[in-house]
Design a protein around this ligand. Structure first.
Ligand code: CUA
Length: 336
């Protein structure tokens, strides 16, 4: 236990700029669903704290008031008091009412976040959970990316993004603490939720359902942009890879390797769907779903042996020669 804590601390110490802030503050909601969830959270805490104070208060009072005193007759049982209908009705009916109030408010908020039917003019995003990364589709724009979900910011609450959540393998849970509560991604089932980040910025999230070895490194981020910036980003993502029209020796090496069986790059022979789409790889901030920064050295480390930064992940080390590694990395770096 202590060992784990120590390792976690050491890991925390080495995370850099873009891979920090792994846990967002649930008490600082930045979108309507998170605000609604925070207020029912506070209501529940308030009511249960009230119950705790009453019950613990009565208990302490009784213990103190009826403690044994000098001169008590210890040989005789104290008077035994049986049933009072009024009291019994009271302590049955009141808790039942409280429970129904809590069920009612919770059900209303859950329905509002998960079953809301989207208005016409919203951004739609489909998110598919994989061990251990997020596949992100923009059906209205027809492109696919991974792990970093760009959405328009919504200062007036009118530019919401509706999310359709699915899973390719096991149950995952989509959680962006500052934007909304957790919603599971379940194989053969589709769940829904929506978010409307009030301000542009980066919001950090995690997979919140244990899904295997690298569950803890299944991180995600929502990048909220002004609607204009978001449009520009989406239009850039729709394009084929910048280098798709020219065949270079670096690209030739990449296409000759088994990379293309798992990864897709629009406009090339790479059409694999098992791993993340790499068409605009260099537009993303991190590699391995938030494990390391996306820069040249880390990219090289990742391609050389993904098992090193992310042990157990499904991308194998291809045991490339130094020459191949250099060429593959320099090709990947053209994927802007
Ligand atoms: Cu996916 Cu935990």
């Amino acid at each position: 236990m202590f060992g784990h804590a120590l390792i976690a601390l050491l890991l925390q110490a080495q995370v850099s700029e873009s891979t920090e802030h792994r846990v967002a503050d649930i008490f600082k909601p930045m979108a309507s669903p998170a605000e609604a969830e925070k207020s029912i959270g506070m209501l529940t805490i308030g009511i249960t704290a009230g119950i705790f104070v009453v019950v613990a208060g009565l208990l302490v009072f009784t213990i103190w008031r009826f403690r044994r005193k000098a001169g008590d007759n210890t040989l005789q049982e104290p008077p035994q008091v049986y049933g009072s209908n009024q009291i019994e009705v009271a302590w049955t009916v009141i808790p039942v009412l409280i429970v129904f109030v809590l069920i009612g408010v919770s059900a209303r908020v859950i329905a509002g976040v998960e079953n809301a039917s989207p208005p016409k003019d919203v951004t739609k995003v489909t998110i598919i959970g994989h061990q251990w990364w997020w596949e992100v589709h923009y059906p209205d724009y027809n492109f696919i990316t991974a792990n970093e979900i760009h959405v328009p910011s919504s200062p007036d609450g009118k530019k919401a993004t509706y999310l359709q959540l699915e899973s390719m393998d096991v149950i995952h849970s989509f959680w962006l603490p500052q934007l909304s509560g957790k919603t599971d991604l379940v194989p053969n089932r589709t769940n829904y939720m929506w978010i409307d980040p009030k301000e542009p910025g980066t919001y950090f999230g995690n997979c919140a359902e244990y899904c295997g070895t690298q569950h803890a490194n299944m991180m995600l981020r929502v990048i909220a942009q002004t609607p204009d910036d978001f449009k520009r980003w989406a239009q850039a993502q729709q394009q084929a890879a910048v280098s798709a029209t020219q065949m270079t020796p670096d690209r030739q090496v990449f296409e000759s390797l088994s990379c293309v069986n798992c990864h897709a790059i629009k406009g090339t022979v790479a059409v694999g769907r098992f791993g993340p789409d790499l068409t605009h790889l260099m537009s993303r901030q991190t590699l391995g779903a938030g494990v390391i920064d996306n820069d040249k050295d880390h990219l090289k480390e990742w391609v050389n042996n993904p098992q090193d930064p992310k042990p157990g992940c499904y991308m194998p080390s291809l045991k490339l020669t130094d020459q191949e590694l250099t060429q593959v990395v320099s090709y990947l770096q053209t994927l802007k």
